[in-house]
Write a protein that binds this ligand. Structure first.
Ligand SMILES: [Zn+2]
Length: 239
């Protein structure tokens, strides 16, 4: 998110729910965005339908029988509005591409990416926009196998500050998953990746009134899973 117009402080939630302050995200006048969002909400899939759409898309991806996508037509249809039915928090890893993995088109998924798929304040603010303005009913926390960020948290658990640049701050966010899975049977990295997904699912409502309220009243569902690089399968993780 580089537009630099995210509201902050006490006015943040009011600004989002009042559709004030982030219109530059889609390059639209604010009033046009608000009208579009209202119209879109009436036709959004439910969260459960969204889950089904993603899982069926993942099956198509694995089988190699993906839907034909007319990206030129999609791009033209979506110039003035967007209605993503799912928000996906994914790792920045170059091998994890939600639109491809779930066989979806342009405008279907609101993708938030950061190494280790952790819910930073900027990620949460982006999700709030998609929920409050675009009416998205579903958040998916998407971990993946062989995650380098999680592996770095395991390997540098006692020497975080030895990591270069800004990495100690980011990798430090994954340490709770390392702590929670210590001593568990099975593969340490796989266990920690799953726990990191679970913790993100739990943290999201605690980090945002908008997410918490939408989740509590049932207009927003939060799920998680691990994308297996080798098989292409998205394997759900229970919260
Ligand atoms: Zn990763």
């Amino acid at each position: 998110m580089s537009c630099g117009c995210t509201p902050s402080g006490p006015s943040r939630r009011r600004a989002l729910t009042g559709l004030v302050g982030m219109s530059c995200l889609a390059g639209l006048p604010l009033t046009a965005m608000g009208r579009t969002a209202a119209k879109i909400r009436a036709s959004q899939p439910t969260a459960d339908e969204g889950v089904r759409m993603l899982m069926e898309g993942n099956k198509r991806f694995i089988s190699g029988e993906m839907n034909p996508h007319d990206f030129n037509a999609m791009r033209k249809q979506l110039v003035d509005s967007q209605a993503p039915f799912a928000i996906i928090l994914r790792c920045a890893d170059s091998r994890v591409s939600p639109e491809i993995v779930f066989d979806q088109g342009i405008g279907d998924i609101f993708v938030c990416a950061v190494a280790g798929n952790i819910p930073t304040p900027e990620i949460v603010a982006s999700m709030e926009y998609s929920i409050a303005v675009l009416g998205s009913p579903l958040i998916v926390v998407m971990g993946h196998s062989s995650c380098g960020a999680v592996d770095a948290a395991i390997k540098n658990f006692d020497s975080l500050d030895d990591l270069p640049g800004s990495l100690p701050g980011l990798i430090g966010e994954i340490l709770p998953a390392v702590i929670n899975t210590k001593g568990e049977e099975g593969d340490v990295l796989d266990n920690t990746i799953r726990e990191n997904v679970r913790l993100a699912m739990k943290r999201l409502p605690k980090m945002s009134d908008i997410i918490q309220e939408a989740h509590a009243k049932g207009s927003l569902k939060i799920i998680g899973g691990v994308y297996e690089l080798g098989t292409g399968q998205f394997v759900p993780v229970e919260g």
